[in-house]
Design a protein around this ligand. Structure first.
Ligand SMILES: Nc1ncnc2c1ncn2[C@@H]1O[C@H](COP(=O)(O)OP(=O)(O)OP(=O)(O)O)[C@@H](O)[C@H]1O
Length: 644
C-alpha cells in the first residue's frame, strides 16, 4: 500500500447526501451518536460472525467493546470499536460512495422536496444516513481503521467539503476509530464533549446495544481514612471524597427481545427498532413473541411506518437478525421470513440453533424452517388483527409487496386472500376486502368480478363493465402489476370463483346471446374476414350495454394489461389475437347489419369494420394502427350526418 496521502473527490451522490444532511438535520443532531454506535456494533457483529469459521481473527482481543472518548479542550469526540475494521479498498468503497442501487433517484426526490421546503428529517432518515450523519456536528471527521487480520491501518479524513484524503496510518489493534472535530455550535447547543450529554444520548438511543459502550468518567471516590485530614477530635476536615477517573459502561445491554413484554416500555421498543433499522421514524407496530415447546424461539419483529426507497431492488438486505441465546449469529437472515415479508425488521433468537450454522445449511435446517413457518403465520395474523386505520397505512406502503406472496406462498394463500383489498366500481374510492365484497354480492351474483389495468379511472370507465354495472354487480379494480399474478393463483375465495370482467363470456344472459349470434352471423363473419390479422373472432358482447365495441379474450387468454406489462419489461409476448365484441343492442350494429344484408359488396362495410376495431382499441387506452385513417373516416361520417 502506498504511504502517500491521496486526495479523492466524493462521488456525486455522496456530495448531494452531505449537502442534504448538513442543511436539513441540524435539529436532529443527537442521532449522529446513535448512527456511529450502531455502525460500531454492526462491525463487531460482523467480526463475530466471521470468527465462527476463522477464530484466529480474534487473536487475544476477545473482549468486545465500544469506547467513547471526549476531549473538551480540543472539542473532539471519538467513537472506537474493536470490530472487523476496514481495508483501504473497503474504506474507499464504503465511505466515499453510496453503493445502494436507486440512490440517485432517491436523492433527486429529496432535493426536490428540499426545494419545495417539504424535506422532513423523516424522509431523509428513511434512507439511513449512517456514517455521514457525523457531518451534522463535525467540521472534520477522521477515521482510522485496521481490518481484522491486517497489519496496516488506514486513515481517512474529510471536512465534508467534497473531498477526502486517505493514507496509511498506525493503529496498534484491529477496529475503527472515528474522531469528530466538533463544529463551534450555537449559543445553547448541546456540548457533545460533556459526560452527561453523552450519557443521556446513549441511554435514550443505544441502551440495548449488545456490547458495552464505555467512557472514561469522573467519579467521586471516598478518600481513605488514612489520607483524610482530621481535626483534634478526629473529625474530617474538608472533603471526604475526591474526583477520580474511572471507566464506566453507559448502556444496560438488555436483550429486550428476551425480556417479558411487560418489562419493556413502548419507548424502549421504538428505540430498539431505530437501532436495528437505521430508520429515524417510529415503527408502525411490532410483535413480540416467545414460543416454547419443540420449536423454541423469541422474536421481536417490527413493521416500519413507511416503505424504504429500495424495497423493490433485488439486492436489498432483509431486516432480520438471528441470535442464539443472545449471541449474534447473522444479520440479513433471508431464511427466516419469505421475500414478500422483506419489509419486516427485527430479531429472532433461537436457543437450540447450532452456533456454527452457516447460511448454506440454514435453509435446510428444520428448526429454522419451523420458525419461519410460525413467524409468517404470526405476522399475517398481526396484519389481520390491525385496526382499519392502521391497516390502511400498512397497505399503502406494503400492500404491493404482500401480494407477491400469492406467487410464492401457496400454503398461506387463504390468509393472504383475507388481507388484500381493492377499490371497486361501487366503493367510492375506498378499499374493500374480499370478505366485504362477498357479503354484499347481489342476489343471483355467483362470481367475484375483477378487471386489471394500470389506470383506475380508465378501468372504472371501461366498456367491459357496462353490463355488470347495469346489473349493479361490483367489480374489483386491480391496478398493481402484481395483481396479474394474484388472479393467477387466487382463483376462488369463499367458494366463489374470481372471474375476469374483461375476458371470456360473462354469461349474464345466455339465451339472448345465442339468438343474436345467429342473427348477426353473416356480418360478424364478414368483419372477421376484414380484420383477420388481428382478430380471432367477432361475437355479440356479453359485456357492453352502451358502447358499440370492445376487445376481449377467451377466459384463458392473457389480459390486455398482462400483455402490456410483458411488452414493457422487454419480454417475448406471443402474438395473441383478441375477440372483437359488438353490442348487438346498439342501433349502429343493427344498421350496419341491415346495410350488409342489402348489399354485401358495399365498400363502406370494410371501413366500418376497421372503425369498429379502432373504437374498441381506443376504449381500452390502446394505440390504433392508422390514426390518420381513423380521423378521416370519422370526419366523413360526421360530415354525412351534418349534411342530412
Ligand atoms: N465502525 C465501522 N467499522 C467497520 N465498518 C464500518 C464502520 N462504520 C461504517 N462501516 C462500513 O461503512 C459502510 C457504510 O456505513 P453507513 O453507516 O454509511 O451505512 P450502513 O450502516 O451500511 O447503512 P445504513 O446506515 O443506511 O443502514 C457500512 O456498511 C460498513 O461496511
Amino acid at each position: 500500500m502506498e504511504a502517500r496521502k491521496e486526495t479523492y473527490e466524493f462521488k456525486t451522490e455522496v456530495q448531494q447526501m452531505l449537502h442534504l444532511i448538513i442543511n436539513s438535520l441540524y435539529s436532529n443532531r443527537d442521532i449522529f451518536l446513535r448512527e456511529l454506535i450502531s455502525n460500531a456494533s454492526d462491525a463487531i457483529d460482523k467480526l463475530r460472525f466471521k470468527a465462527q469459521t476463522d477464530p484466529e481473527l480474534l487473536g487475544d482481543d476477545t473482549e468486545f467493546n465500544i469506547e467513547i472518548i471526549t476531549d473538551p479542550e480540543n472539542r473532539t469526540i471519538e467513537i472506537a470499536d474493536n470490530g472487523i475494521g476496514m481495508t483501504r479498498d473497503e474504506v474507499m468503497e464504503n465511505i466515499g460512495t453510496i453503493a445502494k442501487s436507486g440512490t440517485a433517484a432517491f436523492l433527486e426526490a429529496l432535493e426536490q422536496a428540499q426545494k419545495q421546503e417539504s424535506l422532513t428529517p423523516e424522509l431523509i432518515g428513511q434512507f439511513g444516513v449512517g456514517f455521514y450523519s457525523a457531518f451534522i456536528v463535525a467540521e472534520k471527521v477522521t477515521l482510522i481503521t485496521r481490518a481484522a487480520g491486517a497489519d496496516k491501518a488506514v486513515k481517512w479524513e474529510s471536512a465534508g467539503d467534497g473531498a477526502y484524503t486517505i493514507e496509511e496510518a498506525e493503529k496498534p489493534s484491529r477496529g475503527t476509530r472515528i474522531i469528530l472535530k466538533l463544529k463551534a455550535g450555537e449559543e445553547g447547543d448541546k456540548d457533545y464533549t460533556q459526560e452527561w450529554v453523552i450519557r443521556n444520548i446513549v441511554k435514550q438511543h443505544s441502551d440495548f446495544v449488545s456490547y458495552p459502550i464505555r467512557m472514561e468518567v469522573e467519579k467521586d471516590e471516598p478518600i481513605p481514612e488514612a489520607e483524610q485530614e482530621k481535626d483534634q477530635d478526629g473529625k474530617p476536615v474538608g472533603e471526604t471524597t475526591r474526583k477520580v477517573s474511572a471507566t464506566d459502561t453507559l448502556n444496560s445491554m438488555k436483550a429486550i427481545w428476551m425480556q417479558s413484554k411487560n418489562d419493556v416500555s413502548e419507548d424502549e421498543y421504538k428505540e430498539f427498532y431505530k437501532h436495528l433499522s437505521h430508520d429515524w421514524n417510529d415503527p408502525l407496530t411490532h410483535i413480540h413473541l416467545k414460543l416454547e415447546g419443540i420449536t423454541e424461539y423469541s422474536a421481536l419483529l417490527y413493521i416500519p411506518a413507511s416503505a424504504p426507497f429500495d424495497l423493490f431492488f433485488p439486492e436489498r438486505k432483509h431486516g432480520i437478525q438471528l441470535y442464539c441465546k443472545r449471541v449474534f449469529i447473522m444479520d440479513d437472515c433471508k431464511e427466516l421470513v419469505p421475500e414478500y415479508l422483506r419489509f419486516i425488521k427485527g430479531v429472532v433468537d433461537a436457543p437450540d440453533l447450532n452456533l456454527n450454522v452457516s447460511r448454506e445449511i440454514l435453509q435446510q435446517d428444520l428448526l429454522v424452517r419451523n420458525i419461519r413457518k410460525n413467524l409468517v403465520k404470526k405476522v399475517l395474523d398481526l396484519l389481520r388483527g390491525m385496526s382499519d386505520e392502521e391497516y390502511e397505512k400498512f397497505y399503502a406502503e406494503f400492500g404491493q409487496v404482500l401480494k407477491e406472496g400469492f406467487h410464492s406462498d401457496w400454503e398461506n394463500k387463504d390468509r393472504l386472500a383475507d388481507l388484500i383489498q381493492y377499490k371497486t366500481t361501487r366503493s367510492e374510492d375506498k378499499f374493500v376486502r374480499l370478505k366485504d365484497y362477498v357479503a354484499r354480492m347481489k342476489p343471483g351474483q355467483e362470481e367475484i368480478y375483477y378487471i386489471t389495468g394500470d389506470n383506475l379511472s380508465m378501468l372504472i370507465n371501461s366498456p367491459h363493465l357496462e353490463a355488470l354495472k347495469a346489473k349493479e354487480y361490483e367489480v374489483l379494480l386491480m391496478t398493481d402489476p402484481v395483481d396479474e399474478w394474484v388472479v393467477q393463483s387466487l382463483t376462488e375465495y369463499d367458494g366463489k370463483t374470481l372471474k375476469s370482467a374483461e375476458k371470456g363470456d360473462l354469461r349474464l344472459d345466455d339465451a339472448a346471446d345465442d339468438t343474436k349470434k345467429e342473427e348477426y352471423s353473416g356480418l360478424f363473419e364478414f368483419i372477421r374476414g376484414q380484420l383477420e390479422e388481428k382478430i380471432k373472432e367477432v361475437k355479440p358482447s356479453s359485456h357492453l350495454k352502451d358502447s358499440v365495441a370492445c376487445l376481449s379474450g377467451d377466459a384463458h387468454d392473457m389480459s390486455a394489461y398482462m400483455e402490456k406489462l410483458l411488452k414493457s419489461s422487454g419480454g417475448q409476448v406471443p402474438q395473441s389475437k383478441r375477440v372483437l365484441e359488438l353490442n348487438t343492442g346498439h342501433p349502429v350494429v343493427g344498421k350496419i347489419n341491415a346495410l350488409f344484408e342489402k348489399d354485401k359488396e358495399n365498400p363502406a362495410l370494410k371501413d366500418y369494420s376497421h372503425l369498429l376495431l379502432d373504437m374498441a382499441i381506443i376504449s381500452e387506452g390502446g394505440k390504433i394502427d392508422n390514426p390518420s385513417k381513423f380521423n378521416r373516416l370519422i370526419g366523413d361520417l360526421m360530415s354525412n350526418m351534418l349534411s342530412e
